[in-house]
Design a protein around this ligand. Structure first.
Ligand SMILES: Cc1cc2nc3c(=O)[nH]c(=O)nc-3n(C[C@H](O)[C@H](O)[C@H](O)COP(=O)(O)O)c2cc1C
Length: 345
């Protein structure tokens, strides 16, 4: 596999951790980095306009990024070129590694009220103008675009949008292989990602339904993409990056962490959340992660029901111990079925 180069940046491995609103906060990013195998990790998306209208208040989603390890990508969304220009300038001054622009969010608030995210896929020219503005603000920091296939299959604009982004200075394009109106309801169209790969000279990163080494290799083979990006699969198995990287290097795939190690990771994550947000808020914010970690494990419903009611740290620990006593062996943890459920978000 060729190294993935994004402008001046060459990644150690072409396996990227996606922006995931509500999840890829500083604590989760640290967990992913520590587990290894991830070439680039993104923050959650940040509204450029909201930030730039009160620039002294750095959005919580990028709090402390100046001290974070690199490479680090920050994702912006907006449809206002001046706001993207100004936010990109601020991020360049913070020396982030990549600035990504979101043209794929299908949420009503972003697409409808703000006419941003995936709504911009209707208008490749505007995407180009927004990319150009961000590139101007970003200076030497590379700007990338993250897109879906289009608003719908009837208006599958991905090739035109990717070309417009690349022609206006995007250093790479990530394509999630579904349209906005498909949400997550159909399997990804890998053939349509391949069309984008053939249409642009910049690297294309394929995204959607990658959850282990086998699905990553399949996606890369079918699309011809320069890299893969993982979102939901990383919430369930944050060690997935080292599995994919090992497979790409032709090395043996590391064993799934033992149950005791998975439990220790869950508890370490909870402790970090409580340290950051205090209790009960750290525990309340942690519930959604706990559900995701155990997504797809057979018989997980009683744990999920209990953990989503854990009111504070003591209750959280009690629920974990009750469902996963130290002598329980691998019965609950080991067998992820790799399903992506949109419950418990
Ligand atoms: C809860 C959730 C939040 C997301 N937030 C973002 C976001 O902030 N920015 C973005 O570009 N994509 C976001 N996505 C989309 C993912 O980055 C990714 O494109 C999509 O989930 C498909 O990849 P996957 O099959 O690996 O999950 C989000 C997805 C989920 C499930």
């Amino acid at each position: 596999m060729q190294p993935l180069t994004i402008g001046p940046l060459t990644l150690d491995t072409p396996v990227l951790a996606a922006p995931i609103a509500g999840f890829t906060d500083a604590i989760f990013r640290r967990i992913v980095r520590d587990l290894g195998g991830c070439g680039l990790i993104y923050t959650e998306m940040v509204g450029a306009g909201t930030w730039m209208q009160s620039p002294r208040e750095r959005p919580e989603r990028i709090e402390g990024i100046e001290d974070e390890a690199r490479p680090l990508g920050v994702q912006l969304w907006d449809r206002d070129a001046e706001m993207l220009y100004a936010a990109a300038r601020e991020l360049a001054a913070l020396d982030v590694s990549v600035i990504d622009l979101n043209f794929g969010c299908p949420k009503k608030r972003i697409m409808g009220k703000h006419a941003a995210g995936a709504a911009l896929l209707r208008d490749p020219q505007t995407v180009g103008r927004l990319v150009r503005a961000a590139v101007r603000g970003a200076g030497t920091v590379p700007v990338t675009a993250k897109i879906r296939l289009g608003p719908s299959l009837a208006t599958a604009t991905a090739v035109a949008v990717a070309r417009s982004a690349a022609d206006n200075g995007a250093a790479a394009v990530t394509v999630h292989g579904r349209t906005a109106d498909q949400n997550y309801d159909v399997p990804c169209y890998l053939d349509r990602i391949a069309e984008v790969v053939r249409a642009v000279a910049v690297p294309v990163v394929a995204n959607g339904d990658v959850r282990d080494a086998a699905s990553a290799l399949h996606t890369l083979r079918v699309t011809g993409a320069a890299g893969v990006m993982v979102a939901r699969g990383a919430l369930t198995r944050p060690w997935v990056f080292r599995e994919i990287t090992a497979a790409l290097r032709g090395e043996p795939i590391p064993a799934e962490p033992r149950s005791a190690d998975q439990k220790a990771l869950l508890l370490k994550h909870h402790a970090a959340m409580v340290e950051r947000y205090g209790d009960p808020w750290g525990t309340i914010f942690m519930r959604k992660f706990a559900c995701r970690y155990l997504n797809g494990r057979p018989g997980i419903r009683p744990f999920r029901d209990a953990i989503t009611r854990a009111a504070d740290a003591a209750e959280f620990l009690e629920v974990v111990e009750r469902h996963f006593p130290d002598d329980a062996g691998d019965s609950m943890w080991a067998q992820s079925e790799h399903v992506h459920e949109e419950t418990c978000v």
